[in-house]
Design a protein around this ligand. Sequence first.
Ligand code: C5P
Length: 232
Amino acid sequence: MGKDVIIACDFSSKDAVMAFLDQFKDEKPFVKIGMELYYAEGPAIVREIKARGHKIFLDLKLHDIPNTVKKSMAVLSALDVDMCNLHAAGTAEMMKAAIEGLTRPDGTRPLLIAVTQLTSTSQERMESDLLIKEPLDKVVLHYATVAKNSGLDGVVCSPLEAGIVHENCGKEFLTVTPGVRFADGDVGDQVRITTPEKAKEIGSDYIVVGRPITAADDPVAAYRRCVKEFVG
Ligand code: C5P
């Protein structure tokens, strides 16, 4: 399983994302396209970035009835993305339907990753708003296990949870982890953070890094530093 750095391209226009990617002359980073860019520019932006030779994690976090998710995943699969995701809260039935939709006639498919509880959800909010009374880490591990048993490839989680997810779901079950900051960098609004080096040590498979690269004075240098610290 290839360890890699995924750049979160949180831009709201094609011009902005292309101006950013144009700075990379010697490498083709794995990029994450989220709702902001996808809703602004539609599937064409995915095709264009793919045509430039980048791998793509399409972060649209699907969550709907199984039939709708299955059909939508078939559309994403035809877009030829490398990784996409959904909310494990949609239940095992929805996750299995998603895999069916994603799988191409030749049996291949993009990696499918589950969001467990969003990192913005606190224990307090989960209890009061979702009426889930178990400890948050237990809920995250349970969702990860249901995702694994449904045939998914991994979860999005904090790098701090990567070790425990691997212990419970196996080494092959991927951990895709945002919340990464350089030791000497700005934390911004992220709370539970680690450095690329620490994420590697704990066992993250992919780190998702946005502003430490996109807002850096020299994004290419920041990306290279990330790769050096995380991949080695
Ligand atoms: O700029 P920054 O490095 O904080 O970007 C992290 C990226 O990962 C953003 O696109 C954010 O939406 C995403 N993300 C996150 N925490 C999650 C899930 C996704 O930060 N739990």
